[in-house]
Design a protein. Structure first.
Length: 476
């Protein structure tokens, strides 16, 4: 769709928006932006080998933000009628109050990007809203049938498919008009298996910024494989002795620990308010030289990627930590103005009802020089973790507790008994400092990760195999 088509979709024009901008400036606003959204969603749920429910939903509206000095006002309306938008603008101005221009965060400026420099993201072949629902239901039934055929111990399978298409239009005080179509497809499968003496549950998911074409044979096969793989070991898993010991984190999904325990501490709002342990650490060494941490909004088809963030800033690849040195925070426009730097494309919001704040996208640690085998062989006694779940994090101090979903003991440099029912306890910044080996096998996990920081937004995680020399393991 061209910009003109987006303006028609939202029943407005530049002249009307500029008229509202003028009223905001006359009331003292330093910066104003509009975030228009139309979203269509569909979902299907399979239980007991039958697709038992499904639905479609549409959402439409505009959010209006006003910045006056240190104060921000935000209001929204579920229509784009001019008078309704004017009332929302008045509400945002009232929330803002009379901000003191002397307390301005800095000089908020236009991003100045070039259209041909924006990342190229794949277009949908078919919209989720135009997809053949019977064919999509057939995919869920196929997954159920293949799991039950492959694993006779299957007790229950639940499969859920969600598709979404959002059309976003943003306009701001600098006259920047940005429009983007954002697809999102997510499929999740969980299953329960029984060997008569005990039950275990497994789950897996995939999520991409793609249309229904993501549901090809490889996706189905991968879901079935992940849900059914290693069941014998899971039934035999033991609870090991606890204590302080080396922990090897497997590549991919264990990057959730990096996201939760360390990633949030790099978001600029926490640092601007002095709530992050890294608030005074810019330019300093915060971990060993072999560690580079990146937040990336440009990976084609990735759940955390877009062309623009939710402030109309072009998404980009941001190096947060380079060879152990803290190089950048993740910025929205407000925090970038405060620090006197360019925004990094991290201004994100759940929908038009929410104000944008600095958020992660796809956050990962870059590959190092060691093979995964070398890392495991370096450990005399410790644990190897495939996946974490159910974590708790204190962002200010970085203290964390994560439940281990699956893993193994490491004894004399070899993976031995599968383990269960343990927690990993530590501190994010200290854990960064205790990473002694980084693998050469970076993997971005394409699960349906969602980050909840006041609002929920889709993200991705990733990490190579890494060795942390000492963490507290809560076992027997």
């Amino acid at each position: 769709m061209e910009n003109k088509a987006y303006l028609e979709l939202f029943h407005t024009d530049i002249q009307s928006l500029e008229r509202l901008m003028g009223e905001a400036r006359a009331a003292g606003a330093l910066f104003v932006d509009f975030y228009f959204e139309y979203s269509g969603t569909m979902n299907l749920l399979l239980k007991d080998s039958a697709v038992s429910s499904g639905g479609c939903h549409e959402d439409f509206g505009v959010g209006i933000r006003v910045v006056e000095g240190e104060k921000t006002g935000y209001a929204y309306c579920e229509t784009t009628d001019f008078q309704a938008m004017r009332q929302a603008l008045k509400a945002a101005l009232a929330i803002c109050g009379n901000g003191d221009p002397k307390a301005c965060l800095g000089n908020m400026t236009g991003h100045g990007y070039e259209q041909n420099c924006l990342p190229a993201l794949p277009a949908m072949k078919t919209s989720w809203m135009d997809a053949d629902m019977e064919a999509l239901a057939g995919v869920l039934k196929q997954i159920d049938a293949e799991i039950r055929h492959r694993e006779p111990r299957t007790v229950k399978v639940i499969a859920q498919l969600n598709g979404k298409v959002s059309r976003i239009m943003m306009y701001n005080s600098f006259g920047e008009l940005c429009c983007e179509e954002r697809p999102m497809g997510s499929i999740a499968v969980s299953a329960v298996f029984s060997n008569k003496s005990k039950n275990i549950s497994t789950s897996s998911s995939f999520s991409y910024r793609l249309g229904p074409e993501m549901l090809d044979g490889r996706t189905v096969a991968s879901l079935v494989e992940k849900v059914t793989n290693g069941l014998d070991e899971r039934f035999e898993a033991i609870r090991p002795k606890g204590g302080s010991m080396p922990v090897v984190m497997g590549a991919g999904a264990s990057g959730i620990l990096l996201h939760e325990a360390m990633g949030h501490a790099f978001e600029a709002d926490f640092n601007r308010k002095g709530q992050s342990i890294f608030s005074e650490a810019m330019g300093q060494r915060i971990c060993p030289e072999g560690i580079t941490i990146i937040d990336d909004g440009t990976i084609a088809g990735n759940r955390g990627s877009n062309i623009y963030d939710d402030e109309g800033v072009a998404c980009q690849k941001t190096v947060l930590v380079e060879k152990g040195i803290l190089k950048n925070y993740m910025h929205d426009r407000i925090s970038a103005a405060y620090y006197g730097v360019n925004p990094t494309g991290n201004g994100r919001r759940e929908n038009f009802r929410n104000n944008p704040i600095p958020r992660m996208r796809a956050t990962y640690m870059d590959s190092g020089k060691y093979s995964p085998d070398e890392i495991v062989e370096s450990v005399k006694y410790g644990i190897y973790v495939d996946e974490f779940s159910n974590g708790q994090v204190n962002i200010g101090e970085g203290d964390f507790t994560f439940y281990v979903k699956s893993g193994h003991l490491i004894e004399n440099g070899k993976l031995t008994a599968p383990i269960k029912d343990i927690n990993i306890i530590g501190n994010g910044p200290k854990a960064l400092g205790q990473i002694s080996m980084v693998g050469n096998d970076l993997k971005i996990d394409n699960g349906s990760w969602t980050c909840g920081k006041e609002q929920s937004v889709p993200v991705s995680v990733g990490i190579p195999t890494v060795r942390i020399d000492s963490l507290s393991v809560g076992g027997e």
